[in-house]
Design a protein around this ligand. Structure first.
Ligand code: ADP
Length: 444
């Protein structure tokens, strides 16, 4: 069977009402115990007073009847009996009362319940005579019962008034939770606008939940924006070469037969653009981590850099100075480090003048392996130093357009650095140029 889920307010109300009734029950039990004890002690005192008087007035062969009668005159339901040898002295009603006490009813300790009422009994031998005292406690018990009835009535009234009060308090206590719940229900994760919940000042737990949820929403919003930006840019970047390719295919279809000389030129263009698209798609795949990853073993970084330096030196005619120990190994896949080195070295070459020198350093200290590429190009404006790692971002589009590129290289570098919990920083070279420094932690 499925239970209807209970609200926090419902649970609190139930809990507090239960607690309240339990407290009242305990108070009542304490009341009953105290009242019974008082009655018992009062009767015991009374009986003791009688036996003490008899003991102090003791005289052999004394006729006790007048004293006993005088004694019970105040409380004629009490009974006193003295048995001295063959002689019996009774207060009025005593024979009947003791008759009942001896034959009927049931008793707890010295208390005896009879048809005549409830009696407290005390027996004592005084100077060889048996003295029996029966104190009637009916009046006291009635008073106690009456008081108990009154307390129970007050308790019931208290419960009746407490229930709506507790309910209201429970609702007030759970308002921040209810509000949070309502807010969460109105959140639309697909919305174009950043979403957030109202964070209450208290209670602390709900404040923390709301803040964490807001962090999560913010994170998701940023991710969604990045995704949108990415899709928009990727399609834009791919659309241009694709349109060029289609244009040239049409050209060949329409004029290829009559002007065969156009075919070669167009095929060259198509080939070049197709290769550009392939490069871009490969870069995107690398960035998204969809390409197969090599095993994570200790890789010697020195030959990877040397190979990259050699190939870029050939392609760009730049002077490279490579400063490194003969061997420096790090736990990284060869393809990741090759991609990282390739992008940084190629950028240094692309964005610096011909015949300038590019300084490359590889070293390690106690904590990190440090790879540094310093060029003598135009450098990077401080305000753009964060953005150059965004996908498709190209600083100064007009200037960059003279240099081929898609704006993905540094995003790949950043993704690789993040993957190995490293850091990448950009600073100025002297007198001009950019310095990219990658630090990879030796202990992860
Ligand atoms: P791409 O080089 O394909 O444009 P990157 O992601 O590698 O893309 O670089 C992003 C941008 O950062 C480049 O367009 C360029 O503006 C800037 N940049 C990168 N490296 C350098 C450098 N060494 N010197 C000057 N600018 C650079």
């Amino acid at each position: 069977m499925k239970h209807k889920p209970t609200t926090a307010a419902g649970q609190l109300t139930k809990l507090f009402i239960g607690l309240f009734i339990a407290i009242l029950l305990v108070v009542n039990l304490v009341f009953i115990a105290t009242a019974t004890n008082l009655v018992y002690r009062y009767a015991d005192d009374q009986a003791e007073e009688v036996t003490e008087t008899i003991e102090s007035d003791w005289a052999p062969n004394k006729d006790w009847t007048p004293l006993l009668t005088a004694y019970v005159a105040r409380q004629d339901d009490d009974a006193i009996a003295i048995t001295s040898g063959q002689r019996h002295y009774y207060s009025p009603k005593a024979p009947r009362i003791f008759g009942r006490i001896n034959h009927r009813g049931w008793s707890i300790n010295n208390l005896q319940v009879t048809q005549e009422g409830v009696y407290y009994l005390r027996q004592q031998i005084i100077h060889g005579s048996l003295v029996r005292v029966a104190i009637n406690v009916d009046d006291l018990l009635r008073l106690t019962a009456w008081l108990l009835g009154l307390t129970i009535l007050i308790n019931l009234v208290a419960i009746i008034f407490a229930i709506p009060l507790i309910r209201r308090l429970a609702h007030r206590w759970t308002t921040p939770l209810t509000k949070l719940n309502q807010d969460i229900n109105t959140v639309n994760p697909q919305s174009d606008q950043p979403q957030s919940l109202t964070v209450p000042d208290q209670p602390l737990e709900i404040k923390n939940v709301a803040e964490s949820f807001n962090d999560l929403l913010d994170h998701q919003y940023q991710a969604m924006q990045r995704e949108k930006f990415f899709v928009a840019n990727a399609s834009h970047e791919l659309k241009t070469p694709l349109a060029g390719i289609l244009g040239h295919v049409n050209l060949i279809k329409r004029h290829g037969k009559r002007h065969p000389e156009l075919v070669d030129k167009s095929l060259g263009y198509i080939d070049q653009e197709a290769q550009r698209m392939q490069r871009m798609i490969n870069e995107l795949l690398t960035l998204e981590g969809h390409q197969s990853q090599g095993a994570l073993t200790a890789t010697n970084l020195v030959p990877i850099i040397s190979d990259e330096v050699a190939s870029i030196r050939g392609a760009y005619q730049r002077e490279f100075k490579f400063n490194a120990p003969t061997e420096l190994s790090y736990e990284i896949t060869a393809s990741d480090f090759q991609s990282l080195a390739h992008n940084l070295l190629e950028n240094a070459a692309k964005y610096s003048p011909a015949d300038s020198t590019i300084n490359v350093h590889l070293k390690q200290n106690d904590n990190d392996v440090i790879f540094q590429v310093a060029d003598q190009g135009r450098g990077i404006a401080p305000e753009n130093r964060q953005r150059i790692f965004d996908r498709f971002y190209r600083e100064d589009e007009s200037h960059s357009s003279t240099v081929p590129g898609s704006g993905i290289g540094l995003a790949i570098v950043k993704a690789i650095v993040d993957k190995y919990q490293g850091r990448i920083t950009v600073s100025d070279n002297q007198p001009h140029g950019a310095v990219f420094t990658v630090s990879l932690p030796r202990e992860k």
